[in-house]
Structure formats: structure tokens, C-alpha cells
Design a protein around this ligand. Structure first.
Ligand code: SF4
Length: 317
């Protein structure tokens, strides 16, 4: 694995035509050493911290089986309309004070339009003006290209839309929109001048083959930031009783994604609470970015603890 890592550092890029199954059977310690080496050589030591605010909660028309906010399932998710600009400004201020570099509004729902879109534009403009050094990201579902361009003009630089899993497995997790819709959205975001952040969720019953195909596709798409979420089964959703992934599997997924996406931000998001130390092992297995603080509908890790952990293992913030 170290020899393969060296080849990647020297310019080799893996794709779906390669025999990727070696990454699944390799000795985990060696795999992680190689992934860490790739990260250090091609990404450096800077860790990227982001935080999110759920700008509109619940009542979503879509049926993503992992999600607490889908109106198709009976969950205890809080339902509310689009928040006020002052609330977003307060969140942006807290992010700046905690040394977080990126801040994103995320909204439940298939898309963002009408008054909520206008309010989002106003909120992004206000945040950009108040905190020009804070990088603004956005996640609002399947938007039109002209609306994405308006977000960009309001100060947003990165658009988040997860592909979630492999193309082959997608219909097992959602049927109200398609994998193709996701790919189209990625194209639209790029056409609107936005950088793309796209990853997915693991532990939804997908196979290693699905994970490898997903990692290879994200590499083909040259996605700059890849969120890795590990399913937190939500009561009331179809995945409520899904067996959580082992720590070993979470570490291997992270390392495998680094071999296939050597220069991307590998962003650990939901699910690392299963590690008592904040998931330190994941950041020694190729990850170099983190969604800190609370997730959309689940409790996350405290930013101060994340900062301490990352500094302790040699990252710069
Ligand atoms: S993941 Fe997004 S689109 Fe899917 S149900 Fe949840 S809020 Fe709706």
C-alpha cells in the first residue's frame, strides 16, 4: 500500500478501471499509513473547518430514507420556516469567533425558491458584508442555474449537493429524485461559478463495490470537497434499525476515499461521535476537513474539542 501511495503522490490517479478491491482487503494499518502520506504530500497540514445551520427545517417532499426531515416518515424532527437574517448573522459571528473558515445555510426541501430564496440571498449578502473573510457555502437541493448564479453573486463560493451513494444503489435510498438529478445539479453549480462539495452517507446497506464506484465517480468529477457521513439511524425512518458501521469500516472508507481522491478536502461529517476521541483515527487515515458543531438534526462534536484534537495530531488550523 505504501508503494501505491508513493505512485499516487508521484501523479498516478486511480479510477474504476483499476483493481480497486485491493483497497478493501489491504491491511488496515498499512492502508491508513499510505492514506496519511498522500494527504500530507498533496494537501499539506491545513485542516478545513466548516459549520452549518439548518435554515428551514422538516416537511420535505423528498423521501431520502436516511433523513429525519422527510415528510414521508414520522420522526421527531423540528419543523420551521426560513430563519431570519439576524439568526444567520449570529451563527456567522459565532463561526468567525471559533476560527471556523466556512459557514453554510442548509435547507430541507427539494429546492429553494420564492420568498425563501429572496431571504437566503439577503442573508448571504448580509453575512458576506459583515464577515468578508468567512467562506460562504450553500446547500439548497436542486436549484435552477440562474438561482445558483444569484447565490454566487451574493457571496456564496461553494455549493453542496451530495450524490449520497453509487448510481447503482441510489434508487434504494430515494425515489423522488434521481442520481441524474444530482449530476445535473453539480453541472449547474459549476456553470454558475460555484465550487462543488459532494459526498455521501455510508452504512445504508451499500456494498464495497458501491463505495468504490462512488469514490471513483467523485474523482472523475474532480469534486473539491467530499463530505463523508456515517449513518446515524433516525427513529421513524426506514433505516431506523440499520446496524451502525464498525469503527474499522469507517476508517477504511476514509482511507479508500483518500487513495481515489488524493487532493480533495475529505470532510468528516455525521457519525464520528461513535469514536470517543472525536474520530482522531479518521484524520490519521486521510481526512483533512471536518464539519464541526451540530449536524442538521443530530448532535455533533464541539468545535474547541475538534481544534484541540486536530492540533494534537499535527494539523494547522
Ligand atoms: S436529504 Fe434533503 S431532500 Fe432528502 S429528505 Fe432530507 S431534506 Fe429532503
Amino acid at each position: 500500500m505504501i508503494a501505491l501511495a508513493e505512485e499516487i503522490i508521484n501523479g498516478r490517479r486511480l479510477g474504476k478501471a483499476d483493481k480497486l478491491s485491493v483497497l478493501v482487503t489491504a491491511d488496515l494499518k498499512e492502508l491508513c499509513e499510505g492514506a496519511d502520506k498522500i494527504r500530507k504530500a498533496l494537501c499539506g497540514n491545513r485542516a478545513d473547518l466548516c459549520s452549518i445551520v439548518n435554515g428551514r427545517g422538516g416537511k420535505c417532499s423528498e423521501n431520502c430514507k436516511f433523513c429525519a426531515q422527510s415528510a414521508h416518515y414520522h420522526t421527531e424532527c423540528e419543523e420551521y420556516g426560513f430563519l431570519k437574517t439576524d439568526e444567520f448573522l449570529a451563527g456567522a459571528k459565532a463561526a468567525v469567533e471559533q476560527g471556523i473558515s466556512r459557514y453554510s445555510i442548509v435547507t430541507a426541501g427539494r429546492t429553494l425558491e420564492g420568498d425563501d430564496l429572496e431571504n437566503a440571498i439577503a442573508a448571504y449578502q448580509a453575512m458576506h458584508q459583515a464577515y468578508p473573510d468567512l467562506i460562504l457555502c450553500a446547500s439548497h437541493g436542486l436549484m435552477k442555474e440562474e438561482d445558483l448564479r444569484r447565490l454566487h453573486n451574493a457571496g456564496v463560493t461553494m455549493y453542496h449537493t451530495n450524490i449520497e451513494t453509487s448510481e447503482e444503489y441510489f434508487s434504494k435510498i430515494c425515489t423522488t429524485h434521481t442520481f441524474q438529478d444530482k449530476l445535473t445539479e453539480i453541472k449547474r453549480a459549476r456553470a454558475a461559478g460555484l465550487i462543488v462539495c459532494s459526498g455521501g452517507i455510508f452504512g445504508m446497506g451499500e456494498t464495497w463495490e458501491d463505495r468504490l464506484l462512488m469514490a471513483a465517480l467523485l474523482a472523475e468529477l474532480e469534486v473539491a470537497s467530499i463530505p463523508l457521513n456515517f449513518l446515524l439511524p433516525i427513529p421513524g425512518t426506514p433505516f431506523a434499525h440499520t446496524e451502525p458501521l464498525s469503527q474499522e469500516e469507517m476508517i477504511r472508507i476514509t482511507a479508500v476515499f483518500r487513495y481515489l481522491n488524493p487532493t480533495a478536502f475529505l470532510r468528516i461529517a455525521a457519525g464520528r461521535g461513535r469514536f470517543s476521541n472525536g474520530g482522531e483515527e479518521l484524520f490519521c487515515a486521510g481526512a483533512n476537513a471536518v464539519l464541526t458543531g451540530d449536524m442538521l438534526t443530530t448532535v455533533g462534536n464541539k468545535t474547541a474539542q475538534d481544534r484541540d484534537m486536530l492540533l494534537r495530531i499535527g494539523f494547522e488550523l
